[in-house]
Design a protein. Structure first.
Length: 256
C-alpha cells in the first residue's frame, strides 16, 4: 500500500513538473511571437505606411497564425497602441534632456510638442503613424489622458484654480491643434520654423503662459536644430523599442 501511495505521489509530482514546464514553454513561445510581430510591424509601418500594411502581410512576414496574432494584439490597431504607448512614455523624458533641468517645465512642453511635429516631417510614413494615433478614438483617449497629467504639472501654476480634469478638457483642443499641424506638410512658404512658432503661440496662450515668458520659449525653440534633434530622438526611441523586444533595427530606421 505504501509503495502504491509513493508511486502515486511521484506520478503527481512528475505531472505537475511537466505542466509547469508546458506553461513556461507556452509563455516563451508567446513572447517570441510577440517580438516577431512587433519587429515585422515596425518595419512594414515605416516602409509601407500604417494604412497600406495589411494583416496578410504581417501574418506572412512574421510567420504567425491569425489566431496567435489575435491572442496577443487582437488587431493591427493593437500593435499601434503598443508602439504609441512606448513612444509617449519616453518622449517627455527625452524632451527634458533636450530642454535641460535648469529651465522651467514650460520649456519641456514646448520641446516635446515641437519634437512630435518635427518627427512627422522626417518621413511620410512616420507622419501617418502619428496621425493614426491622433485619430483613432482609443489611441487619442490614451494620449489625451496621459498628456493631461503632464499639463496639470506644467501649467497648473499659471492657472491654480484648474483641476487635472480641466487640463484634460483643454487637451482635447490642443490635441486637435497638434493633429492639424501634423497633417499639413511643410512647404517653401510654411516652413517648419513657422509651423512650430504658430502651434506653440496658440497652445501656450491657451494655457495662459505670460507673454514675456512665451516669447522666451519661442526664442529658445527657434534656436534649436529641431530636425537634427528629432532624428536623434527617433533613433533613440526605436533603439529602446528594439532593446525592449530584443530585435534588430538593421535597415528599419527612416532617414530624415
Amino acid at each position: 500500500m505504501k509503495n502504491e501511495c509513493a508511486s502515486a505521489t511521484i506520478g503527481l509530482q512528475t505531472k505537475i513538473v511537466w505542466q509547469e514546464g508546458d506553461r513556461l514553454a507556452v509563455r516563451s513561445d508567446g513572447l517570441q511571437t510577440e517580438k516577431r510581430i512587433l519587429q515585422t510591424c515596425v518595419r512594414l509601418f515605416l516602409e509601407n505606411g500604417y494604412r497600406q500594411t495589411t494583416m496578410l502581410q504581417i501574418l506572412k512576414e512574421a510567420q504567425v497564425s491569425s489566431s496567435s496574432f489575435q491572442n496577443i494584439f487582437h488587431s493591427k490597431d493593437g500593435v499601434l497602441m503598443e508602439l504609441v504607448k512606448f513612444m509617449f512614455e519616453n518622449q517627455f523624458g527625452m524632451a527634458r534632456n533636450t530642454a535641460g533641468a535648469a529651465l522651467p517645465p514650460v520649456y519641456v512642453y514646448a520641446v516635446e510638442t515641437a519634437l512630435q511635429i518635427t518627427l512627422t516631417e522626417l518621413n511620410e510614413n512616420l507622419r501617418q503613424i502619428y496621425l493614426e494615433a491622433y485619430t483613432q478614438e482609443h489611441l487619442l483617449d490614451y494620449i489625451q489622458r496621459a498628456t493631461a497629467q503632464e499639463l496639470y504639472r506644467i501649467f497648473g501654476p499659471y492657472q491654480p484654480e484648474l483641476t487635472e480634469q480641466d487640463f484634460y478638457e483643454l487637451e482635447l483642443g490642443s490635441a486637435g491643434l497638434m493633429r492639424g499641424y501634423m497633417a499639413n506638410p511643410c512647404t517653401a512658404e510654411f516652413t517648419l520654423e513657422r509651423k512650430l512658432n504658430k502651434f506653440l503661440t496658440l497652445a501656450l496662450r491657451g494655457y495662459k503662459v505670460p507673454e514675456d515668458e512665451l516669447q522666451k520659449v519661442l526664442s529658445f525653440v527657434a534656436g534649436l536644430d529641431m530636425r537634427s534633434i528629432a532624428q536623434s530622438v527617433m533613433e533613440d526611441l526605436f533603439r529602446r523599442l528594439a532593446m525592449r523586444y530584443e530585435f534588430s533595427l538593421d535597415g528599419l530606421l527612416p532617414r530624415g
